[in-house]
Design a protein around this ligand. Structure first.
Ligand SMILES: Nc1nc2c(c(=O)[nH]1)N[C@H]1C(S)=C(S)[C@@H](COP(=O)(O)OP(=O)(O)OC[C@H]3O[C@@H](n4cnc5c(N)ncnc54)[C@H](O)[C@@H]3O)O[C@H]1N2
Ligand code: MOO
Ligand SMILES: [Mg+2]
Length: 418
């Protein structure tokens, strides 16, 4: 059995580059940008009026004039007008170009307009006021968004303004999520006494949606021949297989032997952790299956000539934390996300855990004076998925300690938005 640290190290060493694709920018939210985005023109692109009012030539005011005949109106979206006489003014709207020969804007609130003339109702006017100068924010060619940024709503606006209707992003792997087990029925069915509804598949689908991956799903009963046949097909068709269940010691826990029979290279089975001890991880190289089959797989849309298999233990909490702790970092490294916010949180009370295993303790989070405080919400073991809805995340308590003291900080895996 290996440690959590070693398991993660092995998984990260198996990360893969899935390449780049071009997509409509409005589909890029949450994806990883794979090009630098530069300013296509100055920001703003012209001297921009920033208050509704009148535009004047400042020297005229300096010489003592306070009444300016109105020549015309400069609207936003209209071509630039020109002040014909230095003694006049032009009414100007926010977002319009500053008219030629004008250099100062006075808001309507500080002028009185009567009989086609604007009279100033202020004596503190600075040359250039209320003009947002061309190129003040950014110059043409400036770097606006760096490659490998995760695209947020803020970046969407910037992409729009520079005219990036399509944008290069990291391609996502093609993922199949498989649940196993005769006891599982569909969500819309009434389970018999000995049955439960399947939930892990949907948890995993949702966790992957948060990473902007639309995974396919399948359910297979505990029948070794069928399992083997189905999985063989999936190995050809997918970059990643995520399993939940059938990896422990039971009479129907067929997955580890099937995967090995199919030529998948086991990287490890069992990790010193709770929950999720029987976690199985493996990869299949291009030569695991004959190359003709692999090229068929590629034609069907597989990105890489290789499949990575995460087989999480079936108990719902094991599957959930396994995906967050192992699949998430693997995916992030694969698609080039450089910055991950690794929070710590402080225990609100003493906690004891005896086995020499890393313990993923469910906790509820509170922010007290800028410090994250984690209150244990242990639950009734890895089958207790209802507890996940009460908790906010997990504290990762190291395997080499038994007593965890109030106030001590430990790494946090959170699953609710900050
Ligand atoms: N003799 C031993 N027994 C068990 C061990 C062990 O080391 N020795 N490990 C225990 C631990 S820890 C875990 S975790 C589970 C792992 O079980 P499997 O991966 O083999 O999963 P299953 O047997 O298929 O199911 C376990 C449990 O989870 C429920 N389950 C499975 N899939 C789903 C799903 N999609 N949605 C909801 N619930 C699911 C299933 O009904 C079982 O109750 O093994 C322990 N046993
Ligand atoms: O390792 Mo298991 O997930 O505790 O029941
Ligand atoms: Mg089992």
């Amino acid at each position: 059995m290996i440690t959590v640290e070693k398991a993660l190290e092995i998984i990260l060493s198996e990360s893969q580059d899935f390449g780049v694709e071009k997509i409509p920018f409005m589909e890029s939210l949450g994806r990883v940008l794979k090009e630098d985005i530069g300013a296509d023109r100055d920001f703003p692109p012209f001297d921009r009026v920033s208050m509704d009012g009148i535009a004047i030539y400042h020297d005229t005011y300096k010489k003592g004039d306070i009444t300016f005949p109105i020549e015309s109106i400069q609207a936003a979206g209209a071509e630039q007008l020109s002040l014909k006489s230095q003694k006049n003014c032009i009414e100007v709207m926010t977002g319009a170009m500053v008219p030629k020969n004008a250099d100062t804007v006075i808001p309507y609130e500080l002028v009185e307009i009567k009989d086609g003339e604007a009279e100033l109702a202020t004596d503190t006017i600075k040359q250039g006021q209320n003009i947002h100068r061309k190129g003040l924010d950014r110059k043409q060619g400036d770097l606006l968004i760096k490659q490998n940024t995760i695209i947020s709503s803020a970046e969407i606006g910037v992409l729009a303004t520079v005219g990036k209707a399509t944008v290069k992003v990291a391609k996502q792997p093609k993922v199949m999520i498989v649940s196993t087990g005769d006891e599982l029925v569909e969500v819309d069915k009434i389970p018999l006494n000995h049955q439960i509804r399947r939930s892990n598949v949907y948890t995993l689908v949702a966790l992957l949606q948060e990473l902007k991956i639309q995974a396919d799903t399948a359910h297979i009963n505990d029948d070794k021949a069928i399992l083997k046949q189905q999985i063989e097909g999936y190995l050809l068709d997918y970059d990643v297989l995520l399993f939940s269940g059938a990896v422990s010691k039971g009479k129907f826990d067929f997955l580890p032997e099937i995967l090995e029979e199919l030529g998948v290279e086991k990287q490890f089975h069992k990790v010193k952790q709770r929950p999720g001890k029987p976690f199985w991880f493996g990869t299949i190289s291009p030569f695991g299956i004959d190359s003709e089959s692999r090229s068929i797989g590629r034609k069907r849309g597989v990105v890489n000539n290789r499949t990575t298999i995460f087989a999480f233990p079936g108990n719902p909490v094991s599957t959930f934390v396994g995906c967050l702790k192992y699949f998430y970092p693997w995916l992030r490294k694969s698609i080039g996300i450089q910055y991950v916010n690794e929070d710590n949180a402080n225990l609100s009370e003493n906690f004891t855990f005896h086995p020499a295993l890393t313990y993923f303790l469910q906790i509820r989070l509170q922010n007290k004076n800028g410090k994250l405080i984690a209150t244990p919400l242990k639950g009734k073991g890895s089958g207790d998925l209802a507890n996940l809805a009460d908790a906010d995340g997990f504290l990762e308590l190291p395997a080499d300690k038994t007593e965890f003291m109030k106030g001590e900080a430990f790494p946090l895996i959170r699953y609710r938005p900050h």
